[in-house]
Write a protein that binds this ligand. Sequence first.
Ligand SMILES: Nc1ncnc2c1ncn2[C@@H]1O[C@H](COP(=O)(O)OP(=O)(O)OP(=O)(O)O)[C@@H](O)[C@H]1O
Ligand SMILES: [Mg+2]
Length: 267
Amino acid sequence: MAVIALTSAKGSPGVTAAALALTLTWPGRCVLAECDPAGGSIQAGYLAGALPADRGIRELAVAELRGDDLRGEDLRRHWWGQLVDLHPPHRQRLLLPGITDPAQSGTLRPVWEKFAEFFAELEGTDQCDVIVDCGRIATPNPPWPLLLSADLVLLTLRPDLPGMSAAVPAVRALRTQLTEQGAGAGPLALLLTGGGDQSSRTVARELATPVVATLPDDPRTATVLSRGGTVRTTSALMRAAAGAHARIAGHVTARRDAQHPDPAATS
Ligand SMILES: Nc1ncnc2c1ncn2[C@@H]1O[C@H](COP(=O)(O)OP(=O)(O)OP(=O)(O)O)[C@@H](O)[C@H]1O
Ligand SMILES: [Mg+2]
């Protein structure tokens, strides 16, 4: 389907939990790339440290800094070896673990640029979608190349007044950057998570941005996604994540159609 980037304004509205819930319920092959400059949390959290910590973005960044020009086939060769299977042995839902030390984030800019190009190719070459956890945009060194090249940017927030108020400057910054890049505001949409006292209609209106999906307040499932355990696919959070795919796909398709209208459809 596409590259879907998740980010937040501030606080911890549930970007990582949402990215994981979407990945674990994704209808096809999917990689969750932990590109949060503040560091990845899934290896120590959901995976409960069960896997060796020697895989992930850091290894790719080291190869890049060593002078390997990670593009195309070279990046593909390194890439698959750095992924962790979230549902072995199927290799359908994979994780690229993030960095472990935020101090490493300053050196990652060239890596983000190469990932942006590579992620866009994966859909065609490997029938693989990518969900990118970009962390908070207000942190140092956000992965802008990934946010600006994604098919869909989901600003994640709680539907309450503090969440909306924090989202206002984030929406503005994302819109400005996307427009300057020539993408327009089209890829930007909202993902609402957890409990809140504002309706999705109000949030969409106040932020002048469409709401693509809402994940309910489900502390039990969210705790499993954050700390490990067995996820119940029948839980409210996982059912909502599974139900969000069609809307996400619809949003991506509508945007692509708007960018490249089918001439046959208008003749
Ligand atoms: N839908 C939800 N319902 C209830 N609790 C949730 C939900 N989503 C996330 N949480 C809880 O909120 C906390 C933060 O979640 P998470 O780490 O996913 O946020 P984040 O936005 O990625 O934060 P950070 O910016 O610090 O990386 C966790 O304790 C998690 O269990
Ligand atoms: Mg997170």
